[in-house]
Design a protein around this ligand. Structure first.
Ligand SMILES: Cc1cc2nc3c(=O)[nH]c(=O)nc-3n(C[C@H](O)[C@H](O)[C@H](O)COP(=O)(O)O)c2cc1C
Length: 194
């Protein structure tokens, strides 16, 4: 169920303000997933696309996060833009993007990042930096002067939200919180105490 127009506009305003501000990585967001033991696992990823249907990031499907989302699609995202004193929290289900969508994004990446996607067995043990450098060199040699195809183990997820909350810093810690929750197929908006 698509986000309500007000939530889309609030997110657009926050992200555009963050891009204009001094934030070094305005699209960076903390992604939390559920691990095999039922615990929570968090790390940063970059938002690469978004609209009213969800928030897209890309990764190695064999990484910890990739395997965790394969087993349990529940996911949470947090953006914190320090300079703006704003936070956005999103909860929902991570759905794989289509092959066509992943191909189009992969093709737009710098060649070095494309080669890295083949060379790095993300989240697997590595003997040392030399192993990574050797793997990059081997990958470069294999794709010399050729288009680098998207690895089958590299793609994206769209976090389809069932909750989005906007937090705006205000003086004396009397912040504003607006929470949109999808309940029985309808988006509800609430203000919460800070
Ligand atoms: C600012 C920032 C952005 C990152 N963006 C991504 C990303 O878009 N995709 C990704 O796979 N890893 C990204 N990483 C690395 C992840 O935080 C993480 O170390 C890696 O994906 C392995 O996570 P996992 O072992 O839980 O799967 C980023 C790290 C930082 C600090």
């Amino acid at each position: 169920m698509a986000l309500p127009g007000e939530a889309v506009e609030r997110f657009r305003e926050c992200l555009e303000a963050a891009v204009r501000s001094d934030e070094i990585e305005p699209t960076a967001m903390c992604l939390s997933t559920v691990n095999a033991a039922g615990g929570v696992s968090s790390r940063m990823v970059l938002l690469k696309d978004w609209d009213e249907s969800g928030f897209v990031f890309y990764t190695n499907l064999e990484s910890f996060k990739g395997r965790q989302l394969g087993a349990n699609p529940s996911a949470a995202l947090v953006f914190h833009w320090k300079a703006l004193e704003q936070q956005v929290r999103i909860e929902g289900q991570a759905v794989p993007v289509s092959d066509a969508e992943a191909d189009a994004y992969f093709a737009s990446r710098p060649r070095g990042s494309q080669l890295g996607a083949w060379a790095s067995d993300q989240s697997r043990p590595m003997s040392g930096r030399a192993e990574l450098v050797a793997r990059v060199a081997k990958t470069e040699a294999r794709h010399l002067a050729r288009t680098v195809p998207r690895p089958p183990h590299w793609s994206g997820f769209r976090v389809v939200p069932d909750m989005i909350e906007f937090w705006y810093g205000r003086p004396s810690r009397l912040h504003d919180r607006f929470r949109f929750t999808l309940t029985d197929g309808t988006w509800q908006k609430q203000r919460l105490f800070p």
